[in-house]
Design a protein around this ligand. Structure first.
Ligand SMILES: [Zn+2]
Length: 328
């Protein structure tokens, strides 16, 4: 399945690249028509280039050759700078507008002399194969579109079991989430555990984080705990889903949603623990777990030793029930 998706993506990338090239060619033509001096500079640079090539064939002495070539190179650089100045003055940025500057929309980069898939394509692959079906609005949610006014600013310690109002609590969670994004690559940055009842923004905040992490060139895999566990078992017993299984260990950010909402057996929980444990040992990966259970509930269901090991590596964000201000 991955091979087919890769082929499909490669075709999409080719179209995307050709479009960017075509737009660039048209922009260049229009700019050169408007500022004919640019074309003249290009011609002069080409001429100097030819002169320089001739020199290396016909110069009488190596010293003379070296001196002349250096002179020509200096002239070429000056002309190039002049061109840049003209463009800058006219506020024109004449470069192809590729959506990924790492691979120029080819989907591949050269690393240590080898061609390897760019993180943008790896992410597209994960989205195509898994995220799309799990995270509908993966691309649209941002912190800017989160309206904190929707959260009540009334404190209610009895109801929320906290001295904070829902809005204050949400502001703190957003801060923690933003810090997580900024420090994503740092080993000391903890993972995140989101607890609280359904429909109160856990998935929303997860999506905001996912979008930012993808933008910074990292890969994100979003799975609900039941689907994740099913995939692990089909890999172990039927040898299917190998790509997904490997991604669970090496994707930069793994988001496990809905942990604990289904009947988790000890065997299933130990699978999750294996994944988390392996990820905790790798500095380059982080995990977000989202659960409807409170920590108290979790400690009733899961082995306390395992739980405390996990919790030590996670910052805990407790989401309150959301109350709409306008309704009071
Ligand atoms: Zn790329």
């Amino acid at each position: 399945m991955f091979a087919e998706t890769i082929k499909k993506l490669e075709r999409q990338y080719e179209i995307k690249r050709n479009q960017a090239d075509a737009v660039f060619a048209a922009e260049k033509r229009a700019t050169y028509e408007k500022i004919p001096e640019l074309g003249e500079i290009d011609k002069a640079i080409a001429k100097l280039g030819i002169q320089s090539a001739k020199l290396s064939l016909y110069a009488s002495t190596p010293e003379e050759k070296e001196k002349e070539i250096q002179k020509l190179q200096k002239e070429i650089i000056e002309l190039k700078n002049k061109k840049q100045e003209i463009l800058k003055k006219s506020k024109i940025n004449l470069v192809p507008k590729y959506s990924c500057l790492k691979c120029n929309d080819t989907g591949y980069v050269i690393k240590h002399g080898m061609s390897e898939m760019c993180s943008c394509m790896r992410q597209e692959l994960l989205n195509e194969a898994y995220n799309k079906s799990n995270m509908n609005n993966l691309k649209s949610e941002t912190f800017e579109s989160l309206d904190l006014n929707l959260f009540s600013n009334k404190k209610n310690p009895n109801r929320y079991k906290s001295e904070l109002s829902p809005r204050e609590n949400m502001e703190i969670i957003v801060e923690i989430a933003k810090k997580f994004i900024t420090n994503f690559d740092k080993p000391e940055q903890k993972n995140l555990l989101f607890t609280g009842t359904t429909g109160i923004g856990k998935t929303y905040v997860s999506s905001c984080i996912a979008n930012e992490i993808i933008k910074s060139g990292n890969t994100v895999l979003y799975q609900t705990a039941p689907v994740l566990l099913d995939s692990v078992f089909t890999y172990k017993y039927n040898n299917q889903n190998k790509n997904l299984y490997e991604s669970l260990f090496n994707v930069n950010l793994l988001i496990i949603d809905d942990l604990g909402t289904e009947n988790l057996t000890a065997a299933k929980f130990s699978e999750i623990f294996t994944i988390l444990n392996s990820r905790l040992l790798t500095n380059k990966t982080k995990t977000i777990i989202s659960t409807n259970f409170s920590l108290e509930d979790l400690s009733k269901v899961y082995d306390e030793r395992i739980l405390s090991r996990i919790i030590g590596h996670f910052s805990i964000c407790r989401f309150f029930r959301r109350r709409y201000k306008i309704k009071h």
